[in-house]
Design a protein around this ligand. Structure first.
Ligand code: ADP
Ligand code: NA
Length: 330
């Protein structure tokens, strides 16, 4: 393929992806299939950097893959696989560990945030070196573009630094990737506290839209979203974060601009905005749920898609690893 190569990974998550994951990440994956030679993986190696239950991890990993397919990833148009099915990730990860300065790794702010949450004594070395495994994830595929959120920018910088360091020390081996931070990518906020990001860990149950919720639960959550005491439907994230969040969600799902929506709702009440968005969400999640369930009910098909994906991924990863081993002196 002469298309630029893209790579992204998403963590398996308990139960379901949420609306923020979909609008902020998965939707971009689906779009990039059309313009890039795209590799997407469920990063189960990253998931064990914090304590996990084996049966849950296995189920969540499959559920994540089923949801990615249900959201529109097409195994004919991209390579979808499970990270642990491709042992080259851990193998290149070790080499990258040996290329990274301890101080350099210590400066990764995500580790500071995450280990502070767990207590520094309980945090694993795996959590500490997680950005370095991420470096290997990217470099293995010679990716040009890495679709990530703003919070991952520092890790892409590390990837570029290590790729350049390796290339300088051992000879040209790795493509230097660029972050593919989609400017207009939606950031979705909690429906009950629209000043915080919608997130699995920080959101309140009523503020979090799980994509696999019963559609009527989804509608109810939208209809009870917190707004403000004003009545005007206007995009103003500072003064009207709740209304602005609803406009962002509707705009992203329908492709209408926020300005178009503001015009459409001029003189109308918040109830109308919520009812419409509830309908739009129900139309989106209903087929999403049934497609996800179809993949879960047909484990042979899912296994075969993932096995083919791993095979395609390994063909690329093995070539990069062989070149790297040779350069290192193995
Ligand atoms: P969470 O914050 O719920 O733990 P992750 O950190 O696993 O979710 O995020 C997975 C992907 O979803 C990332 O690409 C991230 O940028 C995106 N994402 C997560 N929450 C949101 C949100 N509220 N709005 C937009 N994108 C989000
Ligand atoms: Na997060």
């Amino acid at each position: 393929s002469d298309r630029p190569r893209a790579l992204s990974g998403i963590q398996p998550t308990a139960g379901s992806f949420h609306l923020g994951n979909y609008l902020g990440a998965i939707r971009q994956y689906v779009a990039l299939q059309e313009t890039h030679d795209a590799f997407y993986m469920v990063v189960d190696l990253h998931a064990i950097t914090v304590p996990q239950d084996p049966a849950e991890l296995r189920a969540n990993t499959r559920l994540a893959a089923a949801q990615l397919l249900a959201a529109g990833l097409d195994p004919e148009r991209c390579t979808l696989f499970i990270q642990s099915h491709v042992p080259e990730h851990a193998q290149l990860g070790w080499i990258m560990n040996c290329l990274t300065g301890f101080g350099e790794a210590s400066r990764m702010t995500q580790f500071k945030d995450k280990s502070a949450k767990q207590g520094t004594d309980r945090a694993t070395v795996g959590l500490f070196t997680y950005p370095i495994l991420q470096v290997a994830d990217i470099l293995l595929y010679q990716a040009n573009a890495v679709p990530v959120g703003e919070d991952q920018r520092q890790h892409i910088e590390l990837t570029r630094d290590l790729a350049e360091r390796f290339n300088t020390r051992f000879g040209d081996t790795f493509t230097i990737p660029a972050p593919h931070i989609v400017k207009e990518v939606a950031k979705i906020y909690d429906l009950q506290d629209p000043t915080i990001k919608m997130s699995k860990s920080a959101s309140t149950p009523k503020g979090l839209i799980n994509l696999l919720d019963e559609p009527k639960t989804t509608a109810k959550k939208i209809k009870s979203a917190v707004t403000d005491t004003d009545t005007v439907i206007r995009f103003d994230p500072v003064n009207k974060p709740g209304v602005s969040n609803l406009l962002t969600i509707q705009s992203t799902l329908t492709g209408k601009s926020v300005a178009e929506l503001e015009a459409e709702y001029e003189g109308r009440m918040y109830g109308a905005l919520k009812t419409d968005l509830a309908d739009i969400m129900v139309d989106f999640v209903t087929p999403f749920r049934s497609r996800t369930q179809e993949y879960l009910d047909d484990p042979e098909t899912l296994d075969s898609i993932l096995a083919k994906g791993a095979e395609k991924a390994r063909a690329v990863a093995a070539e990069t690893l062989a070149a790297t081993y040779d350069r290192v002196g193995f």
